[in-house]
Design a protein around this ligand. Structure first.
Ligand SMILES: Nc1nc2c(ncn2[C@@H]2O[C@H](COP(=O)(O)OP(=O)(O)OP(=O)(O)O)[C@@H](O)[C@H]2O)c(=O)[nH]1
Ligand SMILES: [Mg+2]
Length: 448
């Protein structure tokens, strides 16, 4: 068992309950020095008691739960002390336990220990953080599936297939003279292709995975008065931004979050882009351009009811470099805009006033952002998984090529098999470095 660590596991602030968590060697003894209960403390029982400081002054009353190793979250001895949710009380409790020999936990250290004790694999440990930060019902569901091991269930068999293959190659290398069973070229190719197929299936989920975890950054841009703020409000279903018939109403950008079919979206309304002498508006226009740059997807709004202007076309020059949709707004009025002047397929007619076309716009936003939601898919890989899957894919493609072109030497084939299987192993955390773990767990908050 590792050295004892302690942290407050509940958010900072006032609450009915605040929890101090400890894990590691001797944590029950540490807590028992200050927390007095009647009778023997049994694992997994709630024990009412009183918390005293070093001088014997009563600090608080609360409930202690003791988890005996290995039946705990971290796999070590753990104590969770439920006190009143007052930051001053919790801070005092932590100080007492530190004086008694515990160390302050690092971010994610409890979950890291759970991983190190084999309670969770790395994809599951990552899912803990994702579950806590999930912004929508769908994101929560996906994180929970990963926590329950759904991603591992898909990756593990792929890696096992490669390990089997590598065992055959190993035998060929080691015992070349002996008459051991070997795999034919076709058999190897079949195995490699099966793994490749699985890897590619997972890679297909990466863009959706990113959208679910990070949200889609969506910027509404266009010249003044085309109805950007109206569209912003309509998508948000709330009168959030000021709308007037005066060009230049929106001076600064406004950000809000919403969800489209369970995918979190960060929507930003911007000031209309135009040449202007007004110093305040000029800053606003600069900010609009910055938001345009930062967006994953740009909604370029034009006014369908009036002829396109030079300004529209100039803004389009900026927009077209980005992933974008052209939103021809005010479709409730007669059309006077010559949309053919904007050379793109990505035009959609809507009316922010009547709501016409907004449903379709939502669909197009998701598909433009590469989001593919299917009921049959439970797992959406993260950026870290994607990078490793891509590297595994490349190694498998090289391997496939080797066997398509002839019978490669087992030594050479082995290199690629090892590489691919190591990358898959890194996803699961079966192969890790301290650096990698540091990177993953440092994104957690303390007490997790
Ligand atoms: N008929 C009609 N009018 C609309 C529609 N959308 C917006 N408008 C009107 O167009 C005018 C400008 O709307 P805003 O949403 O303020 O336009 P904006 O692009 O945000 O303008 P700036 O903030 O000045 O850049 C207002 O008078 C709106 O009522 C629409 O779909 N149909
Ligand atoms: Mg506006």
């Amino acid at each position: 068992m590792r050295e004892p660590i302690v942290a407050v596991a509940t958010p900072y602030g006032e609450g009915a309950i605040g929890i101090v968590r400890l894990s590691g060697r001797g944590v029950l003894d540490i807590v028992k020095r200050f927390f007095k209960t009647k009778g023997e403390i049994k694992p997994r029982y709630a024990h009412y008691g009183e918390l005293y400081d070093e001088e014997g002054n009563l600090l608080d009353e609360g409930v202690l739960i003791y988890y005996k190793a290995p039946r705990s979250y971290t796999g070590e001895d753990m104590v969770e002390l439920n006190l009143h949710g007052n930051p001053a009380i919790l801070k005092r409790a932590v100080e007492l336990f530190v004086k008694a020999g515990a160390r302050l936990a690092e971010p994610g250290e409890f979950t890291k220990r759970a991983f190190l004790s084999g309670k969770l694999d790395l994809t599951q440990a990552e899912a803990v953080a994702e579950l806590i930060s999930a912004k929508t019902e769908l994101a929560r569901r996906v994180a929970l599936k990963q926590l329950k091991g759904e991603l591992s269930k898909l990756v593990k068999p792929l890696r096992e297939k490669l390990l089997t293959l590598s065992a055959y190659l190993e035998a060929e290398i080691e015992f070349a003279e002996e008459d051991l069973p070997t795999l034919s070229r076709e058999e190897v190719l079949k195995m490699v292709r099966e793994v490749l197929k699985g890897v590619r299936e997972l890679l297909k989920t990466a863009r959706t995975g990113k959208a679910l975890r990070e949200g889609i950054k969506l910027a509404i841009v266009g010249r003044p008065n085309v109805g950007k703020s109206s569209l912003f409000n309509a998508l948000l279903k709330e009168e959030r931004a000021i709308v007037t018939e005066i060009a230049g109403t929106t001076r600064d950008y406004i950000e809000e979050t919403l969800q489209i079919k369970g995918v979190p979206v960060k929507l930003v309304d911007t000031a209309g882009i135009r040449e202007t002498e007004d110093p305040v508006e000029r800053i606003g226009v600069e900010r609009s351009k910055k938001k345009l740059e930062e967006a994953d997807l740009v909604l370029f709004v034009v006014d369908l009811s009036s002829p396109l202007t030079e300004e529209d076309l100039k803004i389009y020059e900026l927009v077209k470099e980005k992933e974008h949709l052209v939103v021809a707004n005010k479709a409730d009025l007669p059309q006077r805009a010559e949309l053919e002047k904007i050379p793109t397929e990505n035009i959609i007619k809507v009316s922010a006033l009547t709501g016409e076309g907004l449903e379709e716009l939502s669909e197009r936003i998701l598909s433009k952002a590469g989001v593919q939601l299917q009921d049959s898919v439970n797992v959406y890989v993260s950026l870290r998984h994607e990078e490793l899957l891509k590297k595994a894919e490349a190694a498998l493609e090289r391997l496939e090529k080797l066997y398509k072109e002839g019978e490669p030497s087992p030594e050479i084939a082995m290199l690629e098999v090892r590489e691919a299987s190591d990358y898959l192993g890194e996803i699961l955390g079966e192969i890790t470095t301290e650096e990698l773990l540091g990177k993953i767990f440092s994104t957690f908050c303390i007490g997790k």
